[in-house]
Design a binder for this molecule. Structure first.
Ligand code: SF4
Ligand code: MG
Length: 336
């Protein structure tokens, strides 16, 4: 089906300066460093990695909240880094975000109705009466009641607040919703409800999701494809089933191993990842994962592996992806 979003060679570099009188550049933080991916209409691509891997920065670049250092972002073929004014506002309407923290992301002084209607006001959609009607519809779509419209965010639980955030994101009928860890601040018992709501809304409205997550457990239920990021780069991308059944990159394997396996007998067959995430300020030479990789060899310290296709739709950036030992552990349990 149709490509909605196409990102190519996206980068965000921050110069690091030192010195009070004459600031001298002492390094570069490579927060995002050459990221490419595409997203089809109605599809969910999960971007997964440890905090600091660049996944949130990638999301903010796609939403045009920050300027890229390099690369292109095409939305229905139009490079959104090169448009401004009315065209940019029209594009903005079509990409919305659901934030990670439902406690911090809602303005405490606005009622639920005002919160949900705000994007419609910003984009000049409808009159007061039609916006009121639309708020009612949206409340019902996300499983809230009409009387909730006049209440304030503090009167709601975390899960309910995230429903309000979702209603707000959908108010202007976007094509793409960036979900920035939308359930990681919620109780485990509430997470599945919110994930199911997102999936239901996706089916109804053909939404595409760029779904940011720091572990693979949540992604298992929501993603169609998964891109794994490490230190500003995508190291593996595959359809969900392929990624869970046959992970090719040692980092992906370590992330999978970190998910508690339902069968305790089978835990611990893949060692969880040791060591700290290196700083994206002057990242390791060669393969950026070599300082933590159990399979690293001399070549890995010198030569950066390119992301390359190993099977249709399955790419990984590892020199030795073909010759790594078998995983010996089934990660596909519970896959939908
Ligand atoms: Fe590990 Fe080398 Fe592969 Fe990098 S290229 S993931 S260090 S084996
Ligand atoms: Mg983040």
């Amino acid at each position: 089906s149709e490509t909605l979003l196409e990102v190519n060679g996206l980068a965000k570099h921050y110069p690091v300066r030192k010195g009070l009188i004459v600031a001298k550049q002492v390094g570069t933080v490579r927060a995002v460093d050459g990221v490419s991916f595409s997203l089809k209409r109605g599809e969910t691509l999960a971007l997964v990695g440890e905090s600091g891997c660049g996944k949130s920065t990638t999301a903010r670049l796609v939403l045009r909240l920050i300027e890229p250092s390099a690369g292109t972002i095409r939305f229905e073929g139009v490079d959104v880094t090169r448009i401004s004014g009315a065209a940019q506002r029209a594009m903005r309407r079509r990409m919305q975000i659901v934030f990670q923290d439902p406690y911090a992301s809602l303005n405490p002084r606005l009622t639920v109705a005002e919160t949900i209607a705000e994007p419609m006001l910003v984009h000049g959609i409808g009159d007061a009466a039609s916006r009121r009607k639309r708020v009612e519809e949206l409340l019902s779509l996300v499983g809230l009641r009409s009387f909730h419209a006049q209440r304030y965010p503090h009167e709601f639980s975390g899960g309910q607040r995230q429903r309000i955030g979702i209603a707000r994101a959908l108010a202007v009928q976007p094509d793409l919703v960036v979900c920035d860890e939308p359930v990681s601040a919620l109780d485990v018992s509430i997470q599945a409800q919110v994930v199911n709501l997102l999936k239901d809304l996706q089916r109804r409205f053909g939404l595409a999701y760029l779904f940011i997550a720091h572990d693979l457990a949540v992604v298992k239920h929501v993603a169609d494809r998964v891109a794994v990021m490490y230190l500003g780069q995508i190291v593996e991308v595959a359809g969900k089933r392929d990624l869970f059944a046959a992970p090719r990159h040692p980092y992906t394997r370590a992330l999978l191993a970190a998910i508690p396996h339902p069968d305790p007998q089978r835990r611990g067959q893949v060692k969880p990842l040791g060591g700290d995430l290196p700083s994206p300020l002057n990242p390791p030479s060669g393969c950026r994962f070599h300082t933590r990789c159990p399979f690293a060899q001399e070549r890995c310290r010198k030569e950066a592996p390119a992301l390359r296709q190993l099977a249709p739709g399955h790419e990984a950036a590892c020199h030795f992806a073909e010759t790594l030992p078998a995983v010996g552990l089934d990660f596909t349990g519970g896959l939908s």
